[in-house]
Design a protein around this ligand. Structure first.
Ligand SMILES: [Zn+2]
Length: 415
């Protein structure tokens, strides 16, 4: 198995030894993103998408890398929201992040603080906040809508395992995480960002009623029927779900088929939430969470196999993009559909919701290795190669944020 890539900036780095949020050392945080990238001298498959694609990926990575430092600045209270918005202007303009998107991200920081159970460890809280805030930073949901989808987030104290590191309630906009989510795999962090987004994706599916679209249902039905082959062109999470389905005795297969459909769809939604909203970004996000052998199999496959992979993912991308296009309607629906659940959760007791079966029959995720394609020395460079010099782009961005927002100065003042 390939070695997982060095993890992106850890939001836990923002905590000091007392578990308090400290303003971040921006360049260092961003430096952590600068993992060595295995670039083949001559790509076997020249990228089908050009410079524009590479730039898109770099921008999306840069945007996400900026969330943790901005959270640190916001949390330190050294700058108010307007000052943060204005100080990051040139940095935001690099990827077309307008004032509203940042304002909604900052609003989400405020709202999500109220989501956590009291037993949630501070360093895990920061990780969770930053992972989910990326969804608002990418502009998929505003702060209030995103908050409604995971209205409460609790640290679950029993029942966790490496096969169950996080879950989403079967009837409430309620997510749970276990300490196992923070346990490394082969010495590397898990893909915490993706696992958490996948939980929010279950909520998006349920409360936006994405899975009730008839074309999506048909499509998922065909994929489940082709589960044997499907497992070789999907992500870690989906492959794991497919394997569980394939191992199910025949008499229970029908019941499991719905569960598998839900998992496959949640994974596609999570990938969409991890993209900047473009198809190339969607494919790039998928590649990052695919087992390298699956990527290699698709690369080595014939044109028909490549076309199937592309068509299948384009179908989900187009569908999800269409269903999420009208932001006002999306918000209205999610707010309305989560209303009673949020009301129930407002009377919040972590113990109650942990122990009263709200997670029974819900969704749960196994541990997943960090995104690893770019560190896979045996290849696995993907269908479309990643840009060379990605690290430099991020370092540059770090400098720019540092110039716009003198983080080191803030740190000194806050100390
Ligand atoms: Zn799931």
């Amino acid at each position: 198995m390939a070695t997982p890539e060095t993890q992106p900036a850890s939001a836990a780095d923002l905590l000091d030894e007392n578990g308090q949020v400290a303003p971040p050392p921006t360049p260092e945080v961003l430096e952590a993103e600068n993992a060595p990238t295995a670039e083949p001298a001559e790509p076997k498959n020249p990228p089908t998408v050009d410079k524009e694609f590479s730039e898109l990926i770099a921008k999306s990575t840069e945007l996400r890398a900026g969330v943790a430092p901005i959270y640190g600045i916001w949390r330190s209270g050294a700058l108010d929201n307007e000052q943060i918005i204005s100080a990051t202007k040139s940095w935001r303009e690099r990827f077309g992040m307008d004032e509203t998107r940042l304002a909604e991200t900052l609003k989400y920081f405020e709202l999500i603080e109220q989501s956590f159970s009291e037993n949630y460890p501070p360093e895990q809280k920061v990780e969770t906040i930053c992972a989910l805030a990326e969804i608002a930073a990418e502009g998929h949901f505003d702060g209030e809508t995103l908050h409604a989808l995971a209205f409460r987030i609790i640290r679950r104290e029993t029942g966790g395992s490496m096969n169950r590191v996080a879950d989403y309630s079967r009837e409430l906009p309620l997510a749970g995480t276990y300490d196992e989510l923070w346990q490394p795999i082969d010495g590397h962090r898990q893909n915490i960002q993706h696992i958490l987004k996948h939980e929010v994706a279950h909520g998006t599916d349920r409360y936006l009623e994405i899975g009730s679209d008839s074309e999506i249902k048909d499509h998922l039905g065909k994929m489940v029927a082709d589960a044997d082959n499907l497992r070789r062109r999907e992500s870690w999470r989906s492959q794991n779900a497919i394997d569980q389905y394939l191992a199910t005795p025949d008499e229970k297969k029908e019941q499991m088929a719905q569960w598998l459909s839900d998992e496959l769809l949640a994974e596609k939604i999570a990938i969409y939430l991890e993209s900047g909203g473009e198809f190339s970004g969607f494919i790039a996000a998928l590649e990052k969470i695919m087992p390298p052998e699956n990527l290699r199999a698709i690369e080595a496959g014939d044109d028909a196999a490549k076309k199937q992979f592309e068509d299948e993912n384009r179908f989900f991308f187009d569908k999800i993009q269409t269903l999420m296009a009208d932001k006002a309607a999306v918000k209205e629906k999610i707010i309305a559909n989560t209303a009673s659940g949020r009301e129930k959760l407002a009377e919040f007791s972590a113990n109650k919701f942990d122990s009263d079966g709200y997670f029974d029959g819900g969704y749960f995720e196994p541990a997943q290795p960090a995104a690893q394609k770019s560190n896979d020395a045996n290849g696995g460079e993907g269908l479309w190669s990643l840009v060379t010099g990605l690290g430099d782009v991020i370092k540059e961005a770090g400098k720019e944020v540092e110039q716009a927002v003198p983080v080191s100065e803030i740190a000194k003042r806050a100390a």
